[in-house]
Each structure stands twice: as structure tokens, then as C-alpha cells.
Ligand binder design. Structure first.
Ligand SMILES: NC(=O)c1ccc[n+]([C@@H]2O[C@H](COP(=O)([O-])OP(=O)(O)OC[C@H]3O[C@@H](n4cnc5c(N)ncnc54)[C@H](OP(=O)(O)O)[C@@H]3O)[C@@H](O)[C@H]2O)c1
Length: 301
């Protein structure tokens, strides 16, 4: 199977790249905006691809003819999306249409990654059938990308995920586990919100469900998060416990005191029954994920 991934310099993109380049049954095309930032260059072909460039998307997909395209590229900074709505639309909505149009022309299957932020967080955890009501521009843009695929003739899978974390190479953004580990080690005094609940997702688990969906060319929406639902405070507390750090400097605060640009949903989390049953998705527990991260950090050190 020939698979093309977009955003291969990002966290999910890198995990897909590392898993798929070792897969004997997969011919991998990795693409991202700008040069390849991944050191290992074996067993895949890399192309620069800015997915907001319709012509470039159409040309590359037409010439490479992948059977599956996995779109991991997105504007993922939720507060920045409030400030830069046009740029957010271009990457999170318009580019998804370019990919869908190009996929239809060669009968390729498109996998799109969406988010818990399409929900208002009043009623989590959510099933795939629950009614979205985004509170932020980022959430709205991702919901619009879902809706455009639902109305498009392309064959698609939508995988909805939550707070993705993991270890990567030269990433442009941090993630909660690496940030909290570093801050706890320094002994900083940390103010952590305890009124938002999430199911954080190990990037490897998200890559695995992308691959399961790609191999089955699964149709429809699937929840693709971690299985443990916790407050953000509890996430940091469990990281501290795992690494043997004191929690004396951890202070609970409420969302209201943060004054963030984008409004966040209070309680999300996903019910994973459909993904487990139909795709065989089996994510790690949060503590198992931390052990996997430890192993990866040892290799980097
Ligand atoms: N991270 C989360 O907590 C989270 C939560 C819910 C849903 N999601 C969704 O999961 C998906 C993967 O997220 P992630 O954490 O892997 O994101 P990420 O680390 O930010 O990766 C996105 C990648 O896309 C690249 N990119 C940006 N603009 C591009 C363009 N115009 N054309 C091609 N590539 C472009 C970025 O390049 P640079 O590295 O050069 O900037 C980056 O490498 C996204 O759809 C995101 O919305 C993520």
C-alpha cells in the first residue's frame, strides 16, 4: 500500500513516519512544509509540500498516486487561531478541501485528524454521535473540515483526538508531559488548572489508529484518544508521582484566572468502544505511556 503523510515534521507525523517506514507492506511518501527535520532518511521518500498550495497538492498527489493520504498538518495553537483566523481557515479548512479534491481524482482514501475541541465540554466523555458545539475558532475550523469531508465525494476517515504528547525531533511546539516533567524537575512553583478534564493521547497510540484506519480504509468518524480521563492538575500530579517529584509546589487554579484567548471546553474525553470494536484500537494507560516516553528519552540522552 502506498501511503502519503502530510506534516511529517510534526509530532504525529514523525511517529507515523517511524512506524510506516519499517512496514514491509507500505511504500511511504512523507511530506511537510519546508525541509525534512527528521534525521533518519531511510525507507521513504520526502517531498516539501505546503498543503495550503492547491496546485502543489494536486500535482504531488496526481504524480505519486498514493492509495491513502493521512493529513496530520494543521494550525494546532488554539490561541493563535483566534488571532489569525484567515491563516487558520487556510490550513485547517481550505487545505483539507485541496487534499480531498486531489484524492478523489485518483480514488485515494483521506484520513483527517480532528479534535475534542469541536465539543463544548458540558457533557463529556463523548461518543462519535454526540452533537458538536465548538467554543473556539480552532474547534470551529476543525468541525468545518469534518463537515466538508462529510459533504465531499472522497472516501474519508475522521479520527478525533485529545492533547497529544510524546517525544519528537526538532518539534516546533512542546507538549504537556515534556513541559511538566521539565518544570517539576526544576522545582518551579506551578499553577495548574483543576477544572478542565481531558484524556491525553500518546502520539504512538494516535499513529497506531491512523495505520489501523489506513489499512482497513475505514469509513466514518472514530474516537482516537487516550483511555484515562483526568483533570489537567491530575495529569501533572501523576507525572510528578511517576518521576518521584514533590507536589508541594503544585497549586490548583481555575480556568477563569488564566484569561486565555480561546475558550476551552471544561470536560471532554472520548468513549472508545467503536474504535476498539471496529478498528482494534487499544491505547496505553497514562502510566504505561510515561514508561514508553522514559525509554525514548534514554535513547536521546
Ligand atoms: N497536539 C494536540 O494536542 C492535538 C489535540 C487534538 C487534535 N490534534 C490534531 O492532531 C493533528 C496532529 O497534531 P500534532 O500534534 O502532530 O501537530 P504538530 O506537531 O503541530 O504538527 C503539525 C505539522 O504540520 C506542519 N505544517 C504546518 N503548516 C503546514 C503546511 N501549510 N503544509 C504542510 N505542513 C504544515 C507543521 O510544520 P512545522 O513543524 O514546520 O511547524 C508541523 O510539522 C492535527 O490535525 C491537530 O489538529 C492535536
Amino acid at each position: 500500500m502506498k501511503i502519503l503523510i502530510t506534516g511529517s515534521n510534526g509530532l504525529l507525523g514523525q511517529k507515523l513516519l517511524h512506524k510506516l517506514r519499517k512496514d514491509y507492506f507500505v511504500e511511504l511518501i512523507a511530506t511537510s512544509k519546508g525541509g525534512n527535520r527528521v534525521t533518519d532518511r531511510s525507507n521513504y521518500t520526502y517531498f516539501d509540500l505546503d498543503i495550503t498550495n492547491n496546485d502543489a497538492v494536486a500535482k504531488l498527489i496526481e504524480s505519486e498516486k498514493p492509495q491513502v493520504v493521512i493529513n496530520t498538518a494543521a494550525m494546532t495553537n488554539v490561541d493563535l487561531c483566534e488571532d489569525r483566523k484567515n491563516a487558520c481557515d487556510a490550513l485547517n479548512i481550505d487545505a483539507v478541501k485541496y487534499l480531498a479534491d486531489a484524492c478523489v481524482n485518483i480514488d485515494a482514501h483521506l484520513i483527517q485528524i480532528s479534535t475534542d475541541f469541536i465539543f463544548d465540554g458540558e457533557d463529556g466523555p463523548y461518543t462519535e454521535e454526540d452533537i458538536p458545539n465548538p467554543l473556539s475558532y480552532y474547534g470551529l475550523s476543525k468541525l468545518k473540515s469534518e463537515q466538508l469531508l462529510q459533504a465531499h465525494s472522497v472516501k474519508w476517515t475522521i479520527l478525533r483526538t485529545i492533547i497529544v504528547f510524546g517525544v519528537g525531533e526538532k518539534l516546533n511546539r512542546g507538549n504537556i508531559v515534556l513541559w511538566a516533567k521539565g518544570a517539576l524537575e526544576k522545582g518551579d512553583s506551578l499553577n495548574i488548572i483543576d477544572d478542565q478534564f481531558r484524556a491525553p493521547t500518546l502520539a504512538e497510540d494516535l499513529a497506531d489508529i491512523c495505520i489501523l484506519a489506513a489499512k482497513k480504509k475505514a469509513l466514518g468518524i472514530f474516537n482516537a484518544s487516550g483511555k484515562d480521563i483526568m483533570s489537567i492538575y491530575e495529569i501533572v500530579e501523576r507525572i510528578a508521582k511517576h518521576y518521584g517529584n514533590s507536589i508541594d509546589n503544585l497549586n490548583k487554579i481555575s480556568t477563569a484566572t488564566l484569561n486565555q484567548k480561546a475558550v476551552r471546553p471544561p470536560k471532554t474525553g472520548f468513549i472508545l468502544d467503536k474504535s476498539r470494536k471496529e478498528l482494534g484500537y487499544n491505547p496505553h494507560s497514562f502510566e504505561e505511556s510515561l514508561v514508553i516516553i522514559d525509554e525514548q528519552l534514554k535513547i536521546i540522552d
